[in-house]
Design a binder for this molecule. Structure first.
Ligand code: IPM
Ligand code: MN
Length: 375
């Protein structure tokens, strides 16, 4: 029997409740498909931060980097200023592990209601490949008051480093600025990942940018996209400005197969994608480093107002668990979990409030685990 050791960070808010259901379903899949998981719990999150001052230490990151995958609940808590935990834990991990692909399937399952009128599961089945380490997420910027000032901004990555020595002169009372940066290496590797993925799917890749306005950064993105595309003659492509793609996601989702996007636009359009596939309660994501440590999580947040109520939908997290098993090479188990989610939804009996039901978080986890065992 294959043994896995998987670190799990339940995190904040509803994180512990939904992760418990994800573990339950994966354990059931293990029994069925011949593997066993030893879960190793990590305390990172708001409570741990408030008690110890640690967000996520270098020692913890180093320890986690010994594992191929991490299972994550959700990060964010109203007792801590916005961004502190998100940047200090979630983004710190994405960057440290160089998880340059944020994989977000947008798939309408059978039996799920979509707010997009007249669209069915065969119309809504694509995957967003979001670049996950660069763009406006590198976190460098600042403020400058009237007059002359200097600022040295640095980005440190395994792949490269970059320094910006700024000399600022302004007669405005005060300015604020944020630098977005993409690199040739960072751009090419994620676009290549998208093309390789499309080769296993419907062989179409859509690029997202805003090359008509932010032409330095996204004109560069588009140029690298075209260059990679020329190496994949079997694959068809199209270009979309980010504002327009929000329209197409709603109007013609059936056009899409693999959508590759810079980080910030990817953040925005995948919340829309989540709604198109039936709601945030159903949308999973994977932060992937194909050669390193990957991390799987629902794309929704920690929903603090529902904490401890055993009320929210665990399906996004259970589905993220399926993506995690897929990454480990347990394809059969991964597919079985998605099929079990689909059956739970079609049965239409055990469902949480967001899907019009009255069942609890753990009822839904129990039901999906039971279906996996009975397959
Ligand atoms: C997401 C989230 C994060 C992001 C936040 C919490 C830092 O919105 O995973 O989409 O912006 O990437
Ligand atoms: Mn987001």
């Amino acid at each position: 029997m294959t043994q896995y050791k998987i670190p799990v960070i339940p995190g904040d808010g509803i994180g512990p409740e939904i992760v418990a259901e994800g573990k339950k379903v994966i354990d059931a899949a293990g029994e069925k498909f011949g593997f066993d998981v030893e879960w190793v719990e990590f305390p990172q999150g708001a409570d741990h931060y408030l008690e110890t001052g640690e967000l996520i230490s270098l020692d913890t990151l180093k320890e986690l980097s010994r594992y191929p995958v991490i299972y994550l609940g959700s990060i964010g808590d109203p007792r801590v200023a916005p961004g502190v935990l998100e940047k200090g834990i979630l983004l710190a991990a994405r960057f440290y592990f160089d998880q340059y692909v944020n994989l977000r399937p947008i798939k309408l399952l059978e039996g799920v209601w979509t707010p997009v009128k007249d669209k069915t599961p065969k119309d809504i089945d694509f995957t967003v490949v979001r670049e996950n380490t660069e763009d406006f997420y590198i976190g460098i910027g600042g403020k400058a008051k009237k007059g002359l000032s200097k600022n040295l901004l640095e980005v440190e990555r395994n792949l490269y480093s970059a320094k910006f020595g700024l000399e600022i002169e302004t007669d405005s009372d005060e300015i604020a600025y944020q630098i977005g940066m993409i690199s040739k290496e960072g751009t090419r590797r994620v676009i290549k990942y998208a093309f390789d993925l499309a080769m296993k799917r419907k062989k179409h890749v859509s690029s997202v940018d805003k090359a008509n306005v932010l032409s330095d950064i996204y004109g560069f993105w588009r140029q690298e996209f075209q260059d990679i595309a020329s190496g994949y003659p079997e694959i068809t492509t199209d270009f979309n400005y980010v504002d327009a793609i929000t329209m197409w996601f709603v109007k013609n989702p059936e056009w899409f197969d693999v959508v590759v996007t810079p980080n910030m636009f990817g953040d925005i359009i995948t919340d829309l994608g989540a709604m198109v596939q039936g709601g945030l309660g159903l949308a999973p994501g994977g932060n992937i480093n194909p050669e390193g440590t990957s991390m799987f999580e629902p794309i929704h947040g920690s929903a603090p107002k529902y904490k401890g109520q055993n009320k929210v939908n665990p399906i996004a997290t259970i589905w993220a668990g399926s993506l995690m098993l897929d990454q480990l090479g347990e394809k059969e188990a991964a597919d079985a979990i998605v099929a079990a989610i689909e059956k739970n939804i079609l049965d239409n009996k055990v469902k949480t409030y967001d899907m019009g039901g009255i069942s609890t978080t753990s009822d839904v986890g129990d039901d999906i685990a039971r279906i996996v065992s009975s397959m």
